[in-house]
Design a protein around this ligand. Structure first.
Ligand code: G4P
Length: 296
């Protein structure tokens, strides 16, 4: 094995976008009673933005582990226990197929029980509770909102001039959802976090060296789930090989060659990443609470 198997990769970042997104979230906090925090079930640590505590204050919060169809169910169960132990209410969803989504209003009603009771005491119980969905880019916020909206019409926005353009989607008699989600920015606290975000599509893989990302992914797969390489790419990974050599072997196995007979590692890298996105390597979580317990 090489001395430094994981090649270092640079990530570009734009502080201006981050400031704007934070300002929008702070504004929406004035309008809502509770917050849904959407995470990618394969990378619950890396897809979480630690600023959320400060941004949302003491608003009741529902944690949603989305893309649970692509995550290892046993690992997701450990994450659920981990977050519950930290006092959070947790829901698992697959927004694409809709699995788990119908439990969302129930879970929200539950976390809003105390607030409703307090309002009832003041004689204001009839107003619907309002919620917003927050999460990093591409985690499934719009897909989830569309699922929840279904054929329901959006209800009127707030006072003109105050929150122009915002609309509320009536979920049921007691709940309304803000139609625009809040965008949280992921924290690139380490190289591993950057890779996790790129592998799951939270950041465009074009900002990475695709071959380096795929080669590193193969090294991590070999270390943790070597059988997945065998099943999908039909070769037993040699413990001495570099990530790049593994990529080359996968390319040859797939018959991906460039004129002259060299392995087309660039094409193989793109294929590998696309196949992981599509779940073709199987349900594969990239983080466990034990190896990435940055919270709680
Ligand atoms: P965002 O608003 O948070 O930025 O994310 P968005 O809803 O646009 O979802 C990003 C992609 O993730 C979409 O795929 C969407 O279909 C997919 N997605 C969302 N939730 C889930 C889920 O629970 N499971 C799976 N497997 N996928 C989910 P896309 O790249 O736009 O196209 P496609 O993959 O649907 O063809």
């Amino acid at each position: 094995m090489e001395a430094t198997p994981y090649q270092n990769m640079q990530i570009q970042w734009f502080p201006g976008h981050m400031t704007k997104a934070q300002r929008e979230i702070r504004e929406s906090m004035k309008l809502v009673d509770a917050v849904c925090e959407l995470l990618d079930a394969r990378i619950p640590a890396s897809s979480r933005n630690p600023d959320i505590d400060e941004l949302t204050g003491d608003k009741p919060r529902l944690l949603i582990l989305n893309r649970c169809d692509l995550a290892d169910p046993a690992v997701t169960a450990r994450w659920r226990a981990h977050f519950r132990a930290a006092g959070l209410r947790v829901l698992e969803t697959d927004a694409k197929s809709g699995r788990g989504v119908k439990e969302l209003p129930l879970a929200l009603r539950d976390i809003l029980k105390e607030k409703r009771a307090a309002l009832a005491e003041k004689g204001q119980a009839s107003r619907p509770m309002r919620v917003v969905i927050l999460g990093i880019p591409n985690v499934g916020k719009s897909t989830l909102i569309n699922r929840l909206a279904g054929r329901r019409a959006a209800v009127a926005g707030d006072k003109p001039g105050v929150t122009r353009g915002r609309q509320w989607i009536r979920i049921d008699r007691e709940l309304e959802l803000l139609d625009t989600p809040g965008i949280l920015w992921p924290r690139f606290s380490s190289q591993a976090v950057g890779e996790a975000l790129a592998l799951t599509g939270a950041i465009k893989t074009e900002v990475f060296d695709t071959e380096a990302l795929a080669a590193n992914f193969l090294l991590r797969l070999r270390a943790t789930r070597p059988e997945l390489i065998e099943q999908r790419y039909k070769f037993a990974p040699d413990p001495e090989e570099s990530g790049y050599a593994l990529l080359e072997r996968a390319a040859r196995k797939r018959g991906m060659l460039i004129p002259g007979g060299e392995a087309d590692t660039e094409r193989m890298a793109r294929t590998l990443l696309r196949e992981y996105h599509a779940g073709k390597l199987g349900a594969l979580s990239l983080e466990t609470p034990e190896s990435a317990a940055i919270f709680g």
